[in-house]
Design a protein around this ligand. Structure first.
Ligand code: ZN
Length: 277
């Protein structure tokens, strides 16, 4: 029987993303803080539609805004790991990365009763150690890579990548990879970011972005009997009025077309079970 699974995921960075980029003055901090206002809106919307979702919450947000995070947990949504700070693992030593993994997981365990099953790296940039560390610490899935679109796969360990040589691909690990894409992430489409080095223009017309997002679902239905599509949102980004409006339309359209909303943990489980049969 065809199944088209849809994961709505929220990276609840609040101010942590700005802090990790050194943007600690009051205005960028307030920009992240808006995510807390938006998280309440998003929870209300998900309740109205009765949709289970997954929230990747940095330890910094869990400990800065425990009430807002408890509301996510009380509403039955999955909490995934998103670092303690919002620094991408690729910029950390193995020791720093493991310390953040353990520190945030302890908070998640305290608040939800169990450690995170899934991990999403801040800014989507894994280190050479991440897969080892996730397996060591009992994770079931990662969702930070882009090697497929609608089909999960097993993350590899030990790739050897050198400029002047063919890539040597490592062995598959038991860690499920639920692939993501920048094109299905609200951040690059909508956020205007100005730093000394770069300008990310963002601020795109929401209707155009909605069309892209719907078409990716439609294409999955066209070519796949079974597949998963993962949308990534940030409360401080998607929470603005015109974007909340397209989120509603996305849900309406995908649901009408037979999309089945699940958490990422459920999606990983469905993938593993399907492989057995
Ligand atoms: Zn993030």
């Amino acid at each position: 029987m065809p199944r088209h699974l849809v994961c709505l995921t929220f990276d609840f960075d609040a101010m942590s993303g700005f802090i990790s980029r050194g943007m600690t003055t009051p205005t960028p901090i307030s920009r992240g803080e808006f995510g807390v206002v938006a998280s309440g809106r998003l929870l209300a919307l998900m309740k109205r539609y009765d949709i289970p979702t997954t929230w990747f919450i940095p330890g910094h947000t869990l400990e800065t805004y425990p009430k807002a995070c408890e509301a996510v947990i009380a509403a039955g949504h999955e909490v995934g790991h998103h670092g303690w700070t919002h620094q991408p693992p690729a910029t950390l030593t193995r020791e720093q990365e493991e310390a953040g993994l353990v520190r945030a997981n302890a908070v998640i365990k305290k608040m939800t009763g169990k450690g995170a099953r899934g991990y999403r790296s801040p800014s989507w940039d894994l280190s050479a150690h991440t897969i080892d560390l996730l397996l060591k610490h009992g994770f079931v899935y990662d969702t930070s890579m882009m090697g497929d679109d609608y089909t999960p796969y097993f993350a590899r360990q030990g790739d050897v990548i050198e400029l002047e040589k063919p890539a040597v691909l490592g062995k598959e690990s038991p860690l499920v990879e639920l692939p993501i894409s920048w094109s299905l992430d609200d951040y690059p489409h909508f956020e205007f970011v100005r730093t000394a080095q770069t300008i990310l223009p963002g601020l795109q017309n929401a209707q155009g972005v909605l069309q892209n997002w719907v078409d990716d679902f439609t294409y999955m239905k066209r070519i796949m009997d079974w597949g998963i599509i993962t949308y990534t949102f940030h409360p401080f980004v998607i929470g603005r009025g015109h974007r909340m409006m397209i989120l509603e339309r996305l849900i309406d359209t995908v649901r009408l077309a037979g999309g089945e909303f699940v958490t990422m943990e459920q999606a990983a489980q469905a993938f593993l079970e399907r492989r057995k049969t």
